[in-house]
Every structure is written in structure tokens, then in C-alpha cells.
Design a binder for this molecule. Sequence first.
Ligand code: WTA
Length: 693
Amino acid sequence: MSAPDVFPPAPEVSAAAHISSFEKYQEMYEKSVREPSEFWGEIANEFYWRVPPAQPFLNYNFDVTKGKIFIEWMKGAVTNICYNVLDRNVHEKKLGDKVAFYWEGNEPGDSTSITYAELLKKVCQFANVLRDQGVKKGDRVSIYMPMVIELVVAMLACARIGAIHSIVFAGFSAESLCERILDSHCTLLITADGFFRGDKLINLKLIADEALKKCTEKNYSLKKCIVLKHLARDDAICDGSSKTSPPCKRLCQNVQGNKQNRARQAVPQTTWNPSVDLWWHELVKKASMECEPEWCDAEDELFILYTSGSTGKPKGVVHSVGGYMIFTATTFKYVFDYHQDDVYWCTADIGWITGHSYLTYGPLANGATSVLFEGLPIYPDISRMWQIIDKYNVSKFYTAPTAIRLLMKYGEEPVKRYSRKSLKILGTVGEPINPEAWLWYYNVVGEKRCPIVDTFWQTETGGHVLTPLPGATATKPGSATFPFFGVVPAILNESGEELEGEAEGYLVFKQPWPALMRTVYGNHERFEMTYFKKFPGFYVTGDGCRRDKDGYYWITGRIDDMLNVSGHLLSTAEVESALVEHSSVAEAAAVSHPHPVKGECLYCFVTLRDGHEFTKSLTDQLKKLVREKIGPIATPDYIQNAPGLPKTRSGKIMRRVLRKIAKNDRELGDVSTLADTAVLQQLFENRCQTIQS
Ligand code: WTA
């Protein structure tokens, strides 16, 4: 490969950056881990506190053998995160007229925007609605909504009154929503009539109704369900009076007629239970636009977000007000090197942690302007992303490797149809990015001028923990590079010994940073068991990691995606990365498979690019490639043709399901998070198209 292995930041990028050299990063990093209270104390001073943080600034126990695990930052200090991300920007920083969000709908031309001052009013108004409905500090509110501005309004309204939001991704099933409502004992649900994902209608209210019915069957009844008229509102708003209905500036004239037709068809299906259901637009009419925030302790719970657990039952990850606020704000500022004239776009859904931290709280805390996109990357055509970048002059763009690989399949031409000249920094998150996709992102999308920040973190970590800083870090494709401020990583072997220098093993963290999760909702023991039991004294990420000779960290995938072939620890991600380097392969997933002699072996699923054939010669080439890239030990035993892979709605490959398919085991367990169940049948059928060595 002729491409360089290391990509130092361009001098002009460094010159303009908050952190302009690696030395400056190291200096700040040293301080952040040696004197965390002082380091974060200075940052906390930039925020508004009713009662400022006092000593001890940080108090914690990471060691199960010494007692209960707990993490407290700034306990006793009093603030409100909604006040800090809205009122402070409007009143103190005078950013009231600045756009907080450009909303871009599923259909091109369906767009609107909202300023900080307008957002503050809407949030206050809805916070009053929630209070009118009896929601109090500490109550849990479920939010099950599409990617609309009102989703942000709903979550910030909860934060304003000290209620705990639990956002459930709008792609989840009724069963999953019910399970999450029950686990968190929510008293109120906020949803919408429906939305379009591409040309597919998602009748959200019907799914929500089904979820509430399931809750009732389990003897749990929600008090109220507030329903946003999203599908149907176009007709109401597009009557020429849009300018007079503040704060909506919907540019409806360009909306394709078919959307309105579809919306009309969809509306009558909205079911209604008058004793529970309430229309959002009717409630807000009567509510005041002023609302005194509920002043909260820094350690009060801010939100619950469910993430999958190894037992199958999702875990309610709990984040608290103060630490999460300062950490998401700081990571956003430094990792995306945020400046006031930036237009930032994070493509993640707010239903996932990335949408919480880097579409909502982090950017808003910095007074940033963001794009909030309702649609899909390749709808209505494969250039949609690049078109949106040009439309809003996006300067910082944050997406997932799976989206990059999808877009890569269509080649360079759809990208080059648009200039993308506004782009300055590109980010990725969610899974290890294979160097091929990294290079495509860098060379084609960013035209070699935009640094890539490969940000490693988890729902549990609240914000970035391993990441390059664009003006300071020389990047290596596929490596999340170095720890963020306050984060102390270590690599352990199976017996819990810390490995120094070049090493591979379990990625753990030695001390808390402000946004580390505080507990699993309603089950502190599960929190301790999952993250602290295996290696006392450390937070265990569940990810495998390699540190190279230069000290760079490389995430090798979940530990449960690691396999031990004849006593050698291997990561499925490394094998996948090798497979996708072959010109016939669009995507690959490798899983471990029982083997009588080796213990475990590799079973690989490959999705071929259009026009390529699955042949014995191809599988021979693929095996050779893996052997060459990683070593003979990694040679796959099986390669199966997989025209489609089982993915969650956020795009993660469900390797657990693939392991079952490899074994021809049809007891797949919980597949409720699977985006498209049709691929399963095909994968079972294609097992005969498996070529074994
Ligand atoms: C994986 C998403 C490699 C990792 C923010 C982690 C990554 C899990 C990266 C958390 C990355 C996330 N490189 N792997 N840059 N980012 N992961 O909770 O396995 O949805 O443990 O949070 O995604 O996924 P979660």
C-alpha cells in the first residue's frame, strides 16, 4: 500500500485549533489525570451554578473488594443543565438569534430551523405542559419520537423540571418499548403520530399503543401519552400562514406532493384513547413560555438510556446532571475543535447515546449550530448526504463506519456531484473503522484536507474516551489513538495483570472521568457485576484493545467478538478488515465457531459488491488475504456468501445471530432489535453455499 500509515495534522489545521500541538495535548492531559479536581473545576467555572462545586470535587470507589462502587463529581453543587444549554446562551452569551438546529426532513425541501431563543421558549412551554400533567422532579418520562425538533424540546423540558428522560429509539418494537417503560416505571410517554423512513411509513402511535397495551397486560398503566402531530402537521402549517405561526419557519413550498398525500393517508390510522392520549399542539397552546428551572444537585439523575446487555435484558444506563454536562461540552469543543462559525452535523439518531451527547447536550452547551436530519443516507438518492453538507455548509461532520461503507459501495461519483468545500473535520463512531473505509472517507469525502477523528466511547462512558484531537494528533487509519482528558486506559491480560508497552488484551479504565455512568437503573448490583467485578479496581469496557509500539490504542472489537484460536487471541474486527480489502467484498462479518482441534475457528460472512461472483477461487483468495494480513492462525475455516447481514437499526452487525447461523441453530434468541428479519432466512439457506477448507 502506497498510502502513508500516519497522518499528521496539517499546519493550518493546527494553527487554528484550540489544541494546536501534541505537546499541548500532553501537558493538559497530564494535568487532567493528576489533578482532576482542578482541571475539571476550571471547566465547571464556565457554567452556571446556583451553588458552585466545593470540595471534595470528586469522590469514588472503583474497587468491589473495598465496598460499594460509586462515582460522585461535584456532589452538593446545584445547577440545571437545560438552563446551561439554553438560558445561559441566550441571556449571558447573547446567542438568542443564532440557529440552534437546521432541521432537514425525510423529503428534500422539507426543512425548518430554530434559534436558541425560540428553542428556549418552546422548551419552557413544554416544561410547563409536563408540570401541568403532574410530572415532578425524579419522575421518569419515556420519549419515543422521530428525529424532529420536538424530540429535543421534550428531552430538554424534562431536564428543565428535573424529570429523568428515557429515550427509546423510534425503530424499536412495541415489545422493546414496553420492556423499557416497565423497567424504568415511567409515568408518561411522549410520542408522535408517525413518520416516514425513506418511503416507508412508520405508524409510531400504533406501535406505542401496542406497547401501552402490553404494559397494561403486565399490570402497569401509564398516566398519560402526549402525541405530536408530525405527519399530519404539514397540511396545517402549509396554508401560507407559516410565517405567522412562530417559531416554525417550515419551507413547505418545496415539499414533494407525495409526502402530503402519504401523510393524509396515514393520519386516519392514528388511534386514540381519550383517557390517556393528549395532543401536543393542544396542550402547548395554553402553556406559558416562561418556566423556572428545577435546581438540581450535580449528582441528580439526568437520563436513562437502555443499552443491550450480554444476558439479553437491556441495561438502563444512568447519567447524572453535572458531570455529563461538563464532559460532553468539553469533548465536543476539543474533539470537533468547535468554533462559533461552525455548522455541525451528527447523523446519529437521538435515540442512541451519540444523539444525546453530540447532537443535543454537547453542541448546545457550546452554543453550536447543528443539522438535525430526519431521513436516510441514500434516500431519495445516493447523494443525499453530500447535498445536505453543501446546503448548510457543514464544517464538522460526524457519522458511523457502517454509513461510510454503505456510501463507499456507490463509488466516488455521487460524492463528487457536490463540492463539500465547507468541510473541515470528519468524525466516526460506533465500531472499529477498517482502514479501507477510513482512507476513502479521508481521500474522497474530505479530499485529504480534513482530519478524521475516530472516537471510541460507549453509552456507559457518556462521551469520547479515546480519540484524536484534530490539531494535535497524528492519526493512523483504524486507531482511536489516545485518551481524552481525564481518561486513564490500561490493557489487562486474562489474569488481570496490567500490560505495558506493545500489548493486546482487555481495555479498562483506571479512574472515573465526569461522564462515566453512575449506575444501572434499579439494579446497582448489575452495574457492579458487569463493569467492575471481573477486574477489581478497574472499569471494564468489554472491548478488546491493542497498543502499538507508538502507544496508539486500537480497538479490536467487543471481547465477546474475540476468539481464541489455538491459544491465540484474535479479533473478528481485524479479520473483517482484511476481508474487505478484497475488491469483490463490500462488507464482511467474522464470528467465532467451535472447532474440535483449535478450540475456536473463524466463520466469515461476506457481502459481495454488485457484479461479483461467489466462487471457490474467490474464497481461496480471501483466505490467502487474511493469512497474509494477520498470519496463518487467522485463516478462516469457513466463508459464506451473505447478500445481506443481520444488523440492528443503528447499523451494528448482530454477530450473536451470525454465530447461531454458522451452527445452523435456529434458536436465535431475542431478535427484536434486528432491522430486517428477511436476511435470516436467506442466510440459513445460503449455508450450503459455504465453502469450507
Ligand atoms: C464500539 C456508541 C471501535 C465499542 C458511542 C463500544 C467503537 C461500543 C468505536 C459502544 C470506535 C464505539 N472504534 N469501536 N471508534 N466507537 N465502538 O454503547 O465496541 O452504542 O464498546 O456507544 O461500540 O456502543 P454504544
